[in-house]
Write a protein that binds this ligand. Structure first.
Ligand code: TYM
Length: 336
């Protein structure tokens, strides 16, 4: 066991339990994680500390933090093979975050597009946490010395900032942090909303967002209402620029079935959107059905989930504290 661990590369990633998991999270992130479990040593967590940069309902946050663990496992993340944990259970995240705040520049944080977007959306609550959010994310990553950070495209800028912070710190103190690479799959990297194919799929537009716990009827209805294009061509053809809605549906279908765009065009040749949209819906329903059923079963077993969280926090803290001790020593904190 130990020997295998040493030769494997390490992956780490997280998702905020700020809403229920959706198809974008699944195709952009979790499906990739689950597909690679045999080749990497993997750490996946629920980023609950990140969620409070936007106001949360406490009981809901608690509920989602537990349910999200059930959903991770149901998506194929075996808790023995992967270290699954809740961010707030490992204090080293907050501790390293403070240190890294002092090695991150105001200008760098001002350039983060997520900060700009979120401060527009939540203009009545532009708190310091929203601004320093990428530093906490850098701490999340660097604590575990991962080789790769598998994320969707929208998180690439944050991983790049993490690399800059790590390099800056290393250039002062020697090789403390591994400089990680973002790992972005070509296909699911950006799933757009079904009703707004110009914007990424997100819980903030629920009618165009397919949640992994949605029942089959709801999913079918959402796909039926999916926006295709405004021209009258009614032809399934990949053209990201002029037919973004159709391209998005083709991307979803391709990521799930493994079929190429040419194969999909051939499959639906002469059939029009009336056949295509329900077929994509059906593929999604069948992909999500076993996940939903297993998650529903696991969500009822709080004792089991608590136990996974306990073990996960211990395994994570062991690795995280090693890095934190090194950092504290390097910056000159007096140690007992
Ligand atoms: P979050 O919670 O917004 O999203 C979690 C993951 O899902 C991906 N994703 C998408 N991929 C494709 N299409 C979409 N429409 C879509 N929506 C979301 C995201 O790219 C991400 O991979 N800051 C992070 C959470 C985080 C983190 C970390 C990630 C905190 N610490 C450390 C990696 C490493 C976030 O808000 O992701």
């Amino acid at each position: 066991m130990e020997e295998v661990k040493e030769t494997k590369k390490r992956m780490l990633s997280g998702i905020q339990p700020s809403g229920d998991l959706h198809l974008g999270n699944y195709l952009g992130a979790i499906k990739n994680w689950a597909d690679r479990v045999n080749d990497y040593e993997c750490y996946y967590f629920m980023a609950d500390m990140h969620t409070i940069t936007v106001r949360q309902e406490p009981a809901e946050l608690r509920r989602r933090s537990l349910n999200q663990l059930a959903q991770y496992i149901a998506c194929g993340l075996d808790p023995e093979q992967n270290v699954l944990f809740l961010q707030s259970h490992v204090p080293a995240h907050a501790q390293l975050s403070w240190v890294l705040n002092c090695y991150t520049m105001f200008g760098e944080l001002s350039r983060m597009t997520q900060f700009k977007d979120k401060s527009e959306k939540h203009h009545d609550n532009i708190n310091a946490g929203l601004f320093t959010y990428p530093v906490l994310m850098a701490a999340d990553i660097l604590l575990y010395q991962p080789d790769y950070v598998p994320v969707g495209e929208d998180q690439k800028q944050h991983v790049e900032l993490t690399r800059d912070i790590a390099q800056r710190f290393n250039s002062i103190y020697g090789d403390v942090f591994k400089v990680p690479e973002p790992f972005i799959s070509k296909q699911g990297a950006r799933i757009y909303g079904l009703t707004t194919p110009g914007d990424k799929m997100s819980k903030s537009i629920p009618e165009g967002c397919v949640f992994i716990m949605d029942d089959p009827d709801t999913i079918a209805r959402k796909f039926k209402k999916a926006v295709t294009d405004s021209d009258t061509e009614n032809c399934v053809r990949y053209d990201r620029e002029n037919k973004p809605g159709v391209a998005n549906l083709m991307n979803i279908y391709s990521t799930i079935t493994g079929k190429s765009y040419e194969e999909i065009e051939a499959e639906f040749a002469g059939m029009g959107y009336g056949k295509f949209k329900p077929a994509v819906g059906e593929a999604v329903i069948e992909q999500l059905r076993p996940i939903r059923e297993e998650a529903e079963r696991l969500m009822k077993d709080k004792a089991y989930l608590d136990d996974i969280y306990k073990q996960g926090a211990e395994r994570a803290a062991y690795v995280a504290n090693k890095t934190l001790r090194k950092v504290y020593k390097k910056v000159g904190f007096y140690q007992l």
